[in-house]
Design a protein around this ligand. Structure first.
Ligand code: HEM
Length: 339
């Protein structure tokens, strides 16, 4: 029997529901069950195409501003630029022009610092005592409080001003649960912190890998430019949704270098895979990276389009990022069994 094809047998692990909650609170990414369902239903409209359309031109100007930092004909590390670009784009889509640069700089610092310490906590669980006694956890929980204060000020200023920007903050303030009530201030702040955390590093990693691949495969840069010129006269939403080559390049980059390279879940009842049995409560880490490259995952191995775009990627054997997990059916890495 393979992993049961039912999502009900899996719940989020304590990485999301405890470790991350310390820094971003309990919202879409970090909640489970009924709470998650309720939040998801209420926030769904924020990600609707029509809502995204409102945000596009603001996003475009942010991107143009950030791109100015890239000097042509010079070797540069694009990661810091794309990292800023991803952060500023999230800021722009949430708060349009209402955000103060000094506060946003601080928010970016806090989001990144907390992400770094979370990764350390996960990679070095044997040092958890040290993180406590050295004051590291206290320091970062305080930073989270500071981020909350910044966000509270922005939210209250928006409420008091009565101004409308048609941005994600307006949408989050206006959206309602089934009983007609809106989110509490604390819930709203949690969701905003989560959007910053979930949307920032994933996007900057995806863009950085895409740039790296495009640098190595300039023919695809040319194709993207050609496509963009063909669509130049149409409106922005049409250009974004019709940029097929650009989309395929992004998808191929994320197939090869998935920014969220594993997904973790805990099994509720006994489960088995490939002759291994997992008692309830095992932390199961599904390696997206391996799945995307596994020869038996047929759909993933087929070229994404008739242009043969898969050639953008590296053959598995020559890939420097290969982790050495070359067994025929490594789909799962089991970190630790709790029982
Ligand atoms: C290339 C970029 C991105 C990648 C690869 C990515 C990947 C993922 C993955 C794998 C999950 C599922 C996590 C799990 O359930 O264990 C997730 C959830 C989520 N992501 Fe992203 N993400 C990206 C960009 C964004 C952006 C830009 C935002 C917000 C502006 C965002 C907000 C969220 C939220 C709120 C959730 C939780 C959704 C839910 O549980 O209903 N993500 N993302």
């Amino acid at each position: 029997m393979s992993f049961r094809r039912t999502r009900k047998n899996y719940v989020k692990s304590s990485i999301q529901t405890k470790d991350l909650v310390k820094y971003v609170g309990e919202g879409l990414l970090t909640s489970e069950g009924e709470k998650w369902k309720k939040q998801r239903k209420m926030m769904q409209p924020a990600f609707h195409k029509k809502q995204l359309q409102n945000l596009l031109s603001g996003m475009q100007s942010t991107i143009v501003e950030e791109y100015k930092k890239i000097k042509p004909e010079q070797a540069i590390d694009v990661y810091p630029i794309l990292n800023d670009l991803a952060f500023q784009t999230v800021v722009q889509s949430l708060f349009t022009t209402a955000a103060r640069p000094d506060e946003m700089e601080r928010l970016q610092y806090i989001t990144e610092a907390n992400q770094r310490v979370l990764v350390r906590e996960l990679r070095q669980p044997y040092l958890s005592w040290w993180f406590k006694v050295s004051g590291t956890l206290r320091k970062h929980t305080k930073l989270s409080e500071e981020a909350r204060d910044i966000l509270k000020r922005i939210v209250n200023e928006r409420k008091d001003s009565g101004a409308r920007y048609d941005d994600s903050l307006d949408m989050l303030l206006e959206t309602r649960y089934d009983d007609g009530k809106g989110m509490t201030e604390a819930q709203l702040i949690d969701e905003i912190l989560i959007i910053f955390t979930a949307g920032h590093e994933t996007t900057s990693n995806a863009l950085t890998f895409t740039f790296q691949l495009l640098a190595k495969h300039p023919q695809w840069q040319e194709k993207i430019v050609e496509e963009s010129l063909e669509l130049e006269d149409s409106d922005l939403m049409h250009r974004v949704s019709s940029s097929k080559i650009c989309q395929q390049v992004l998808e191929e980059a994320m197939r090869l270098y998935p920014p969220a390279y594993f997904i973790d879940r805990v099994n509720v009842t006994t489960d088995s895979f490939n002759g291994m049995t997992f008692k309830p409560g095992c932390n199961l880490l599904f390696s997206v990276y391996e799945i995307h490259r596994h020869p038996n995952c047929g759909r993933m191995q087929k070229p994404l389009n008739r242009n043969g775009l898969q050639m953008v990627g590296y053959p598995i054997r020559h890939n420097i990022f290969r982790l050495g997990l070359d067994h025929a059916n490594v789909l799962v890495i089991i970190l630790r069994c709790l029982k």
